[in-house]
Design a protein around this ligand. Sequence first.
Ligand SMILES: [Zn+2]
Length: 372
Amino acid sequence: MELISIPLPSPAAGTSRALSVLRFGKEGAGPKAYIQASLHADELPGMLVAHHLRNQLTALEQQDRLLGEVVLVPAANPIGLAQTLLGSSQGRFDLRTGQNFNRTFHNLSGDVLSRVKAQLGPDAGANQALIRAAIRASLMDQDATDELSVQRLALMRLAADADVVLDLHCDCESVLHIYTGTPLWERVAPLAGLLDARVALLETNSGDDPFDEACSRIWWDLAALVGEEFPIPLACLAATVELRGFADVNHADAERDATALLDFLRLQGIIAGPLSRAVPPACEPTPLAGCMPLTAPTAGLVVYLRALGDSVKAGDPLIDLIDPVSGNVQQLLAPVDGIYFARENRRYVSPGTRLSKVAGRQAVRSGPLLSA
Ligand SMILES: [Zn+2]
């Protein structure tokens, strides 16, 4: 294992932070996987999975089982990890700018196309190599000065030329679910099966350039822009994995999840050896545009009426929102048929709080599809 430290610019005189990166296997030796945890810094189940991955990858490296390289960033957001406000961790938004740490990653499609346009040919493999080189060059040409921009750029430089990119997050309270590009679903389905994901949300452009999409979308964007004359493979299989809820930090889940991720890398030819089990069938995927939020119309005390993972019908009562002063109870109903898969972890909320999500089958929303 090689330990790499990438310094971030000092945010204040006399202080500094760095991104710590673990590389297993040899750079450029074969297919590459990139796995990062806790880009939203206080989403900790992924950090524990990364801890288990480190141990398992160290053993696999010693057994000479790595056919390529695995780059692991166990704490992808040192800026966010240092943010606390009145004793509470604040890992989702950068307190200096208000920006969500998992938005506005680099959309390289246009720049990369301009770099490779004249050199594309009939060979998909040659086009892939050309585009990968252009992605690296494009990212090397990007400038960043402040700490947040440098962190984003460093993560992109580590990941964007990988064959597999897995971004480990969690929801507030939820069952395990996955976000990925619609064109990638067939190849991501075994990952969903291995992780026992209950929901898989698909989109080609979710609107705010989250990390996984910034890495993968460039391939289907370019394929659409150049047409069939120049074959371009979907060479980056990227997904965001939501490892249940904030509090689901335990060794049993983390060890099982780490084993599932490594089995997926075995399927991708990055690790040698048999899988730990047969790949279970995946859940039925649904469009991200069919994922319907339930929002609190008023302040109130929240009582959930159904279990996460339940199949619900439109109109089923999901939440009692109680005004403790008047005694008034508003019942919030399932907006569509679907899987009730995620919810807020606080039990008293202000108006406008997104309380729950139901994954429906019909794409009914448009515009930016991710929550703030
Ligand atoms: Zn997250």
